[in-house]
Design a protein around this ligand. Structure first.
Ligand code: NAI
Ligand code: MG
Length: 356
């Protein structure tokens, strides 16, 4: 039996609440499968830790995490610590140091999940976003000149390397090849006359290596519109860090809301641990009430199983989420129910009993 070592960073706000349920589900599914077991190690990092120690994580935190197979993260950020500190010093630091250059975000409408489109259906809304996760508009490059003076100027530079652009696009093609799907690239070469012209060129070049795969290319503004009016167009989608950030929130709205949106930060070479997390933040407005929806965190557990080669178990987790949504009985308030976070986690484990 394989043992996977998981570093758990529950983080702030509802992070610990949803992570508890995620772990409950991971353990249950592992046990039922009889093929895998988890060893969890908790790290108390986040904003509370920052207020006490002046840092978001231990000084050698990255070294401590290095030896794990994966990282399971709740959410970070809380009033009292500026968001750019909590984000850059923990989450983005992990993504960068561990070269997690692929952000995989499934936009998949399960039966029973709410959809704002009149004719939204499982068949129509089934996309897989592959978002560049290491550079681009979020590289942190720039300058702030003449601060506070009348001639003040700020520069925020997008950084698109050939290596970085090629590898994310290639990852999308490999994913599409395996799934027998098309690849759509989303860029903005008409206005961003360096970075996105380059992106399109690289897309064109890599696509030649996969002549059997159907491709499409859209400008980001048109893509945002098509996602609403004609979501069926999109299968595997590859895009930059900023565009992916924004469009996957559009996607989350299409596929049941933020309480169902999961994201995996992947280092495909497996040189470093990959990180699995819900897309949502720490939700200070509902933290401590026990009503946060844990399904996004459960979905990211499903991605974890996929990543380690147990996609049949990952699939069962998705089936469990879908059955729970269809039952329409044990749901948190964001999905119109009255259940608590842990009641949802418990119900998922009961459904898993049936599915194995
Ligand atoms: P948020 O995602 O925390 O909350 C946005 C809205 O969605 C709130 O009304 C919240 O109650 C609701 N919501 C979020 N997750 C939910 C869940 N699981 N169940 C039910 N309702 C849920 O985003 P917001 O308010 O912009 O940010 C709050 C803090 O979280 C900030 O400090 C921000 O920096 C941080 N953040 C952290 C992220 C991460 O750790 N990956 C991602 C996004 C924000
Ligand atoms: Mg976002």
């Amino acid at each position: 039996m394989e043992t996977l070592k998981i570093a758990v960073i529950p983080g702030d706000g509802i992070g610990p609440e949803v992570i508890d349920e995620g772990i409950k589900v991971l353990e249950k599914a592992a046990k039922l499968s009889g093929r895998i077991q988890f060893e969890f190690t908790h790290f108390p990092w986040g904003c509370e830790y920052y207020l006490e120690h002046g840092r978001m994580m231990d000084e050698d935190g990255i070294d401590q995490l290095r030896k794990f197979d994966a990282i399971y993260l709740g959410a970070v950020g809380y009033p009292g610590v500026p968001d750019h500190i909590s984000l850059w010093d923990l989450l983005l630091r992990i993504r960068k140091e561990f070269d997690q250059y692929v952000n995989i975000r499934p936009i998949q409408l399960l039966n029973g999940a709410p959809c704002p489109l009149i004719d939204g259906s499982k068949e129509k809304i089934d996309m897989l976003f592959i978002r560049e996760n290491s550079e681009g508009e979020y590289s942190g490059a720039g300058d702030w000149l003449f601060k506070g003076k009348p001639e003040e100027v700020v520069l925020q530079t997008g950084v698109f390397s050939r290596k970085g652009t090629e590898r994310i696009i290639r990852y999308a093609f490999e994913t599409a090849k395996e799934a027998g799907k098309s690849v759509t690239s989303i860029s903005k070469a008409n206005a961003l006359n360096y970075s996105m012209v380059f992106w399109d060129e690289v897309f064109e070049k890599v696509s030649k290596e996969y002549p059997e795969i159907e491709t499409h290319s859209y400008l980001v503004d048109a893509a945002a519109m098509h996602m609403i009016t004609d979501p069926e167009r999109f299968e595997v989608v590859v895009t930059s860090n900023l565009f992916g950030d924004i469009l996957t929130d559009v996607g989350a709205a299409l596929a049941g809301g933020i309480g169902l949106a999961a994201g995996a930060n992947i280092n495909p070479e497996r040189e470093y641990p990959s990180m699995f997390e819900p897309v949502h933040g720490s939700a200070p407005d509902i933290a401590g009430k026990g009503i946060a929806n844990p399904l996004a965190t459960v979905w990211s557990a499903s991605q974890m199983f996929d990543f380690f080669g147990y996609s049949d178990i990952g699939e069962k987790l998705l089936q469990a989420i879908e059955r729970l949504l269809e039952e329409n009985e044990v749901l948190t308030p964001d999905l119109g129910g009255t259940a608590s976070t842990s009641e949802v986690g418990d119900r998922i484990t009961e459904i898993l009993n049936d599915l194995f």
